[in-house]
Design a protein around this ligand. Structure first.
Ligand code: 0WD
Ligand code: CA
Length: 380
């Protein structure tokens, strides 16, 4: 694999700034007006069942049930006995989204051109979670990332590759962390019902294979995006607005007891929560604050549109405009550099904290991620 972390040399004409094959992640470089981000529109959804099978429908949708203010949920209940954990060694890459695209091809291309050889009208296809990582990059000091990009029929597909550091962390996860990961899913079970009229059932099994995902389209400046993200639940009121405005994101977090803890919550946690829900247009996060023993001591709703106000008094805090401008410039960088249209070529974009983004190019390597069934279906 050829590495490209050197700045392009000499031959650039005077006046034009040299085009770099790296991208800065310094915050100061992205402090400008907020870029155009179109209201995300849901174009479909899909479900993954308890065995991780794909369905082109909303069968895994759950409904938000308002709890008491301090419900005393025991998040440790059922850990081990009533817990089925998704196999994290299975790397699904973009497969579920690609399945969804094939199943909904006619909805995506204009009605006059529904033939399979018509290119997709999107610049980028990816998971929402990958975009969240991009949004938070200028403020991230701990974890780097690897994003594999393939250009195919003019569309750029972005799929994450687990870093060596992330794999080591995952394989050496302390038992306490494993239990705390369960707490997040257990909280969902206390807060969600399977039907509009039923109650949550905390006696059931927590199975993290199950998922309901929304598929949204939007535009960030001149980048047309199609991405999917997992949604925890929706407002059960039949008069609620249509998706994604009726969706609710659920989170757990340690209870806040000191000013230092409050400041850290604003500076680090709210950044991640804002980025994740802002992208698909999910308007609110409902947070369960828990003590060290996994008891939820309070529940609070955060409106995504109010988070930037909430953090403004924090010294040296994150800014939404920096997040969005960095993401936008990264996508422009990818468009400019990932030029060869070939499903077996991967441009591997790589970033480590305190460094620029770099990339390398790989042909027919272990990084190739577009499956043959997708390539076949889309070139038919
Ligand atoms: O590398 C990844 N993030 C991959 C994600 C690789 C391959 C697949 N996926 C997919 C799965 O199909 C899953 O259903 O991730 C989906 C969720 O995608 P997303 O919404 O883009 O991911 P993200 O926003 O990071 O996470 C949303 C929720 C998480 O909830 P919290 O409240 O903790 O943010 O999805 C869950 C988790 O519950 N989740 C995952 N589920 C399956 N596989 C994964 C994952 N790798 N990461 C987070
Ligand atoms: Ca959640």
């Amino acid at each position: 694999p050829s590495n490209h972390h050197l700045h392009q040399s000499s031959a650039t004409p005077r006046q034009t700034p040299p085009r770099s094959q790296t991208l800065s992640t310094r915050r100061e470089a992205y402090e400008r007006d907020f870029p155009l981000y179109k209201q995300p529109v849901e174009v479909g959804c899909f479900s993954l069942d308890s065995r991780r099978r794909f369905f082109n429908d909303s069968r895994q949708m759950r409904y938000y049930v308002e709890p008491e203010r301090s419900p005393n949920f025991d998040l440790r209940d059922g850990y081990k006995e009533r817990y089925v954990k998704r196999d994290e060694n299975v790397k699904e890459k973009l497969d579920h989204i690609l399945r969804w695209i094939i199943a909904n091809r006619s909805k995506l291309t204009s009605k006059l051109t529904t033939n399979a050889s018509c290119p997709l009208d999107f610049d980028f296809v990816t998971w929402r979670g990958h975009l969240t990582k991009l949004l938070t990059t200028p403020y991230e000091t701990r974890e780097g990332w690897l994003l594999a990009v393939t250009r195919f029929n003019g569309t750029l597909y972005i799929s994450e590759v687990e870093t060596e550091a992330a794999r080591r962390e995952r394989e050496n996860r302390p038992e306490r962390n494993k239990e705390m990961m369960y707490w997040g899913y257990k909280f969902e079970q206390y807060m969600c019902a399977d039907d509009t009229n039923s109650d949550p059932d905390p006696s059931g099994v927590v199975n993290t294979n199950e998922a309901f995902c929304t598929v949204v389209q939007t535009r960030l400046t001149d980048h047309k995006l199609l991405f999917s993200g997992e949604v925890d639940c929706r407002d059960r009121d039949p008069g609620a607005p249509p998706p994604p405005a009726c969706y609710v994101e659920l989170k757990t977090s340690a209870e806040i007891c000191t000013p230092k803890q409050r400041s850290n919550f604003h500076r680090f946690k709210l950044l991640k929560w804002w980025a994740q829900s802002f992208l698909p247009g999910v308007p609110r996060v409902v947070a369960g604050f828990r003590d060290h023993d996994g008891t939820v001591v309070s529940v609070e709703t955060f409106q995504i549109s109010k988070i930037s106000q909430l953090i403004k008094n924090e010294y040296n805090c994150w800014k939404p405009t920096v997040c969005m401008n960095f993401c936008c410039d990264f996508l422009s960088f990818v468009k400019r550099e990932a030029t060869e249209d070939n499903p077996s070529v991967v441009y591997l974009f790589s970033w480590e904290p305190h460094n620029d983004v770099t990339y390398s190019v790989h042909r027919d390597s272990r990084y190739s991620f577009l499956p043959d069934w997708y390539i076949k279906e889309m070139t038919r």
